[in-house]
Design a protein around this ligand. Structure first.
Ligand code: DC
Length: 235
């Protein structure tokens, strides 16, 4: 069976991209590249310099920094995010980073630098890359593109469950408001807004759990056929 070399999965915050992609990567033997985590890593690096760092400083920082993602040695579903050789997996999920990452990821020049790094990572092959603009801007020639969606209410409900499972406080109304705000920032920004690629398979996950989504995508992967080149031979 020929498998797609590059799979892109775009979708809004809370659509289940991370859980779905890590399960898929494990089951299909791909590397999962979570591009949101790298926007978070640049944001962390910027905050460490100064919370008032401007775009030019952040671009320089992004250029100079080394980012990587690797699978945990003991757990295939756990990914380590590296910033200049430091494990920043937990630090990139901090409240401080959360508060600034939308601003940093809306900076066009920062995006240019990171997009180039994402394209280099994609060259490793057998990659599932998740984000907001992967199928549209970063890897428009990807073999298989998927757009994961779910209503804000369902996404907020999932976040509440995730938080409760880890013993964190979870206020449904506040989480719903936060998701709606992030949706509008991500989809209305002028550069690389969240948009469904025209050639992506659209999956509405409102009525599906993670296993259900993973199984649908595995069916798409199994049914995938390499693009045939147009026959240019003249008879
Ligand atoms: O998916 P996430 O919550 O970890 O993403 C963090 C931020 O980065 C969020 O504000 C959206 C942004 N992002 C982006 O603009 N483009 C991507 N390809 C991935 C994430």
């Amino acid at each position: 069976m020929t498998l797609p070399n590059i799979i892109t999965i775009d979708g809004p915050a809370g659509s289940g991209k991370s859980s779905v992609c890590s399960a898929l990567a494990r089951e299909l033997g791909y590397l999962f590249v979570d591009t949101g985590a790298f926007y978070r890593a640049v944001t962390l690096a910027a905050i460490r310099i100064s919370v008032e760092a401007d775009e030019a400083q952040i671009v320089e920082l992004a250029k100079r920094s080394n980012f990587d993602i690797s699978k945990d040695r003991y757990d295939d579903d756990v990914y380590t995010i590296w910033l200049n050789g430091e494990d920043v997996t937990s630090a990139v999920r901090s409240v401080e980073v959360e508060a600034c990452v939308s601003q940093v990821s809306a900076m066009p020049k920062v995006r240019e630098v990171l997009n180039e790094k994402y394209r280099q990572l994609a060259k490793r092959g057998k990659v599932i890359m998740a984000g907001r603009d992967i199928g549209t801007v970063v890897l428009p020639d990807a073999d298989l593109k998927i757009y994961l969606d779910a209503s804000p209410e369902v996404r907020a409900g999932r976040r509440v469950k995730q938080r409760q499972a880890t013993g964190q406080p979870a206020d449904y109304a506040a989480i719903l408001a936060n998701l709606k705000e992030r949706d509008s920032i991500d989809s209305q920004r002028s550069v690389a807004p969240l948009r469904r690629p025209e050639d992506a398979v659209y999956l509405d996950t409102d009525d599906l759990d993670i296993e259900g989504v993973v199984s649908k995508i595995k069916q798409l992967v199994a049914a995938w056929q390499p693009r045939t080149q147009p026959n240019t031979e003249v008879e």
